[in-house]
Design a protein around this ligand. Structure first.
Ligand SMILES: Cc1ncc(COP(=O)(O)O)c(C=O)c1O
Length: 381
């Protein structure tokens, strides 16, 4: 085994949590914690659906008839009616020809990149894309070129620089970036892709369920201009598993060729049923996403009024930029003592001196929590 080459102060400890008393609370099971019941300001369960009784019930009931696990890959005996139902409902909701399920977003992203790029491709990707997409690029054997985060000029320059008849180009972006809370200028990106006739892959992991019309993601109105989108059920949907959405031709290509689709145990029916129930709830509560964004804007304004650090984020993900790594860890511990779970994000996840507290705003938080949080923040020295 290779030696761990991570500096000691950056080694992470796994902590274990269980559900706290309130719907937005998590209990830290680590015995050395002084404050165990914490307001969850860092999971991606934005809509609180992981604890929704109807979602859990759907998941339990399907397990009785279709099994907890699927027992094999989709091509052996793993395909269940719940898979095809969820694929069809998602395809209809997103107005896409084909949806394919995967056991995780990490895996869906690898499959997506491998489906669109190979040794003869150049992938031009935003500097901040998720690790799973980078792993996919590596697995595809394509050449990786990065463009400055959300910088359209740099994207276009990179396309011009690498455009050649021999190589196909794939652009990869996220619609909502998880560490900055920044939103990609997708309309402009699709125009550039059209101009140079290059493919576009958009990871909608953090946007789906919250952003875009009725929570359908930021790609929704542009789906004709986007080659493929990926989404996960592990965040707003409160379940687990993921999907790729694309046209029928690419979908069939993936079914026939994608190792990440073919050689893995099919998504657990329990998670698929949970995701389907969440989808139905999101459809029936069209105002959830917009209300969460309004609440997040309020959190942002109140935090700005109460602390001197800059804050980034145009959505339910807000990052308080502290800079120094040690100070960010101190703030995390201080917040924890005050009853809030908000993780310090530091190098190598973000650049040196760009350490931050990443906050995720949940639908079930109330104004009293915001008041307590800002008052704690104000008193941090
Ligand atoms: C942008 C992005 N894409 C993909 C993933 C992977 O999704 P999953 O958690 O379903 O594997 C994540 C999860 O952290 C993510 O943040």
């Amino acid at each position: 085994m290779n030696k761990i080459k991570i500096p000691k102060n950056r080694l992470r400890k796994l902590e274990t949590f269980t559900l706290g008393q309130k719907p937005y609370e998590l209990e830290n099971l680590n015995p050395d914690k002084t404050n165990n019941n914490l307001v969850d300001l860092c999971s991606n369960d934005y809509l609180g659906l992981s604890r929704d009784k109807d979602v859990i019930k759907a998941s339990y009931e399907i397990s009785l008839s279709q099994g907890l696990g699927s027992g094999s890959s989709r091509f052996i005996t793993g395909s269940r009616p719940i898979h095809t139902l969820l694929e069809a409902e998602l395809a209809e909701w997103l107005n896409q020809e084909k949806v394919l399920l995967f056991p995780s977003g990490f895996q869906a992203n690898i499959a997506a990149v491998q489906g669109l790029a190979n040794r003869n491709s150049i992938v031009i990707a935003d500097k901040l894309i998720h690790n799973s997409l980078l792993v996919g690029i590596k697995a595809s054997g394509s050449k990786l070129v990065r463009f400055t985060h959300n910088d359209l000029k740099d994207l276009e320059n990179k396309i011009l620089k690498f455009n050649s008849a021999q190589k196909s180009i794939l652009i990869i972006v996220e619609s909502l970036y998880s560490m900055e809370g920044s939103i990609a200028p997708l309309k402009e990106i699709t125009e550039i892709c059209k101009k140079y006739n290059v493919q576009l892959l958009v990871d909608e992991a953090h946007a789906l369920g919250v952003l875009g019309p009725e929570g359908k993601g930021l790609s929704f109105d542009l789906s004709n201009e986007i080659t493929m989108i990926t989404g996960t059920f592990g965040k707003s949907f409160g379940s687990g598993g993921a999907f790729i959405a694309c046209n029928s031709k690419i979908g069939e290509y993936l079914i026939q060729t994608s190792g990440a689709f073919r050689y893995t145990t099919a998504l657990s029916p329990a998670l698929a049923a949970g995701a389907l129930k969440s989808l139905q709830k999101i459809k029936n509560n069209k105002e959830w996403g917009i209300n969460l964004l309004i609440a997040s804007e309020k959190w942002k304004r109140e935090i700005l009024r109460n602390c001197s650090y800059p804050i980034k984020g145009e959505s339910q993900i807000l990052s308080i930029i502290i800079g120094q790594e040690e100070k960010t860890i101190l703030l995390q511990k201080y917040l924890e003592k005050n009853g809030f779970l908000a993780t310090a994000i530091r190098p190598p996840t973000v650049q040196v001196n760009k350490s931050r507290i990443r906050l995720t705003i949940r639908r079930d938080l109330n104004l009293e929590i915001l008041k307590n949080f800002t008052s704690a923040l104000r008193n941090f020295k």
